[in-house]
Ligand binder design. Structure first.
Ligand code: 5GP
Length: 342
């Protein structure tokens, strides 16, 4: 376990409000006792599983607890510190800008507060480089998607490189990608990198095929892309041809029941293909995990050595959305740490 903690890591798929730790939830609960929310409603513990639908209910509970600028600032700084303490050297945090009438929170405030948290953490001299992906919740439809892209565009230009891209997430059973295509196309044209949740559930083949034409810069999950699970060879070929890295979240998929067990996880398929895959947490708070645990589970499930895991973490650097210069800095950091870790 100590090896995985010390291993320098890159986290590319972390939803802010799904990453809130039990300690931070406790602080939020004591701020808002009137909501009558129980701690157990905010996480899925060891050995527990939920349907994907039930997971989305958990996010709704957390959103009730996180509805002011003050909450967002605390949640984001806590999450960043926790990733840093777990040996994450580069983090792309994603979050859906929310507006809350009651607390007069606007989407612009929301984005600015996450940026402020990242800047505050920089001043703390934590050994972590943090970037921000602005998320579209597919449930909210075409107009909100376009509005979110405009917001992301604006902050990409004004945040000194902190906002690097756009995420498409939210309940995969709601809405259709074709309605979001113009917004995603616009984002791509203006230089935002795209990470899209694709084929997270079965029977999204048509949508996946459509969105792969963009093409996205990374894919979240891609659980049902390959032919062995009802996907198709032509989808796999498109992903391979465009060399689109996959963000894979083992515990999240097992607890959300889209994958039957760790051994059945599609990590195996893509790793054996030699395709770029990045091990990620998804929602470390909700799924009670951290990135070193995810690395450890992947190693023990698929019989990978410490050298293999080093290579996996090192190759994740190639998949980040920040600039080439940042990649070079990270490569240098890995080289410097190598003798201490392996
Ligand atoms: P937030 O964007 O509020 O910071 O983080 C929570 C949100 O992330 C959820 O409401 C949902 O839209 C998205 N999310 C978190 N985990 C998952 C996941 O496993 N699959 C999908 N499709 N969306 C997720």
């Amino acid at each position: 376990a100590e090896f995985y903690q010390k291993l320098p890591k890159v986290e590319l798929h972390a939803h802010l409000n799904g990453s809130v730790s039990s300690e931070t939830i406790q602080k939020l609960l004591s701020r808002k006792p009137h909501l009558n929310i129980k701690h157990s409603m905010t996480a899925i513990g060891k050995g527990q599983r939920r349907t994907l639908d039930e997971c989305f209910e958990v996010f709704k509970v957390i959103h009730k607890l996180v509805d002011t600028e003050e909450d967002i600032l605390m949640v984001a700084t806590d999450v960043i510190r926790e990733f840093a303490a777990d040996g994450v050297k580069y983090l792309e945090l994603r979050s859906t800008p929310r507006e809350e009438k009651e607390t007069r929170l606007t989407k612009a405030n929301y984005v600015e507060t996450v940026i402020k948290a990242i800047q505050q953490c920089k001043e703390e001299d934590l050994d972590i480089d943090v970037r921000f992906l602005i998320a579209i919740d597919r449930r909210n439809g075409t107009d909100v998607a376009m509005e979110t892209v405009k917001l992301a565009e604006q902050y990409m230009l004004s945040s000194e490189g902190l906002v690097v891209g756009l995420d498409l997430s939210g309940d995969p059973t709601v809405g259709h990608g074709k309605d979001l295509l113009p917004a995603l196309q616009r984002a791509k044209n203006c230089g935002l990198k795209l990470s899209l949740h694709l084929s997270e559930v079965p029977s999204q083949l048509e949508e996946t095929d459509l969105l792969l034409h963009l093409p996205p810069d990374r894919i979240g999950h891609g659980t049902f892309l390959h032919p062995e699970v009802g996907g198709s060879q032509s989808l796999v070929d498109k992903v391979v041809k465009n060399n689109i890295p996959l963000e894979l979240c083992l515990t999240s998929n097992v607890k959300g029941q889209t994958v039957a067990s760790y051994a059945d996880h599609h990590f195996k398929y893509w790793y054996q293909l030699g395709h770029p895959t990045v091990i990620c947490t998804d929602d470390k708070g909700v799924f009670c995990t951290d990135l070193s645990h995810e690395y450890q589970v992947a190693a023990s499930t698929f019989g990978l050595s410490h050298e293999d895991m080093w290579r996996i973490s090192n190759q994740a650097i190639d998949c980040i959305f920040a600039t080439e210069a940042v990649k070079q800095q990270l490569k240098q950091k890995w080289n410097d740490l190598h003798p201490q870790v392996l």
